[in-house]
Design a protein around this ligand. Structure first.
Ligand SMILES: Nc1ncnc2c1ncn2[C@@H]1O[C@H](COP(=O)(O)OP(=O)(O)O)[C@@H](O)[C@H]1O
Ligand SMILES: N[C@@H](CCOP(=O)(O)O)C(=O)O
Length: 325
């Protein structure tokens, strides 16, 4: 369960007194999530989410994440908005952790992905990319190509515990990706801007068949827009048995392109970007699995799910294999 930091009633009441929200009616830890401690807080003015930022979130990045949510929401993207206290501040400390209160987003994330979810996601992701275009802050993606080798090196000695030969296979993939990764600047650069970078089903809420909003902007960064698309192909278009669903991919890509056209270069780069996206999540999952504290509540995610996705993209001949004509 993703509550790493317990908050006492006394600390909570002192924290909430800094906002114009009335008294606390209830506060419950939320089991879902991986990175941070989240509480569903109900006060006399309604429900809110209280987040305490844990290990992987760098404090210096918080103004980017919070500013981004405010910017996107002002542009009509459905997402949580940080609340400002009586002193005008949104970011403060609670139990020794950076902490914020954000608005509660109605909806549920889809447990079973249907094609219409992918269609709605493509449109919403393109809307996010357009809305982020005039956001003035930038944040480099520390989990893009330059961040993968240090992660790999931290896992290489023990990768065989998860799969024999895994370290060797990952190293050769890493060599290839480092040599061919598309540039965000200079001639032939692919378009870059604000990306979510973790737009998995558990971060996308629906009410009925309509997408109601996006959450969890704590990997958001400035990077290739098509890389966000590739991350979503991986997270939304594979079936639980590992099969790639080209219908879902076609719907995701075609609805994205109606809002923000993808250039020929972006389309051609998709298989490579999807390989990179596979390696990125494989490596963070592998690291988390190998460094999982015994008895921890959060169940580590399976890195080999991303090994299978990587193997699929290694066989792809071009964007046509993603359902595009
Ligand atoms: N603004 C919000 N509105 C409603 N529910 C939220 C909101 N933010 C988070 N949650 C709930 O908390 C869970 C974990 O949030 P998430 O940001 O994904 O955590 P983590 O960053 O730790 O992975 C979500 O699955 C959702 O149930
Ligand atoms: N989406 C990542 C894990 C990050 O967890 P989240 O709850 O912050 O989305 C993965 O699946 O590896």
């Amino acid at each position: 369960m993703a509550v790493y930091t317990e908050v006492s009633d006394e600390d909570l009441n002192a924290f909430i007194a800094q906002y114009p929200l009335g008294g606390v009616l209830s506060c419950k830890g939320i089991a879902e999530g991986v990175e941070n401690s989240n509480y569903l807080l109900v006060t006399e003015t309604g429900p809110y989410i209280l987040t305490l930022y844990e290990k992987r979130v760098n404090r210096a990045d918080l103004p980017f994440f919070l500013g981004l949510m405010e910017h996107l929401s002002a542009k009509g993207v459905g997402c949580p908005v940080p609340l400002h206290g009586h002193d005008g501040e949104a970011l403060r400390e609670l139990c020794g952790r950076p902490a914020v209160l954000v608005t509660f987003l109605n909806g549920m994330w889809p447990r079973r992905i249907a094609p219409y979810h992918c269609q709605a996601l493509g449109e919403a992701m393109a809307g996010l990319h357009l809305a982020g275009a005039d956001f003035t802050m930038a944040r480099p993606n520390n989990l893009s190509v330059s961040g993968w080798r240090p992660l790999f090196e931290a896992c290489a000695d023990r990768a065989h515990e998860v799969k024999p030969g895994l370290a060797e296979a990952l190293e050769s993939e890493l060599d290839l990706l480092e040599a061919h990764w598309p540039s965000a600047t200079g001639p032939g650069a692919l378009p870059s801007g604000v990306i979510h970078a973790d737009l998995f089903p558990d971060n996308v809420f629906f009410r009925g068949r309509a997408l109601s909003g996006l959450i969890d902007f704590y990997f958001a960064c400035t990077d290739l827009l098509a890389y966000d698309v590739a991350i979503c192909l991986n997270a939304w278009c594979f079936e639980p048995d590992g099969a790639f669903n080209a219908t879902k991919a076609r719907l995701l890509l075609s609805s994205y392109r109606k809002v923000r056209p993808l250039s020929d270069s972006e389309l051609e780069a998709l298989p490579l970007l999807a390989r990179g996206g596979s390696l990125r999540f494989l490596l963070t999952r592998l690291y988390d699995l190998l460094n999982h504290p015994p008895g921890a509540f959060v169940q580590p995610k399976n890195p080999l799910e991303y090994w299978n996705k990587l193997r699929f993209h290694q066989q792809v001949r071009g964007p046509g294999d993603y359902g595009l004509e």
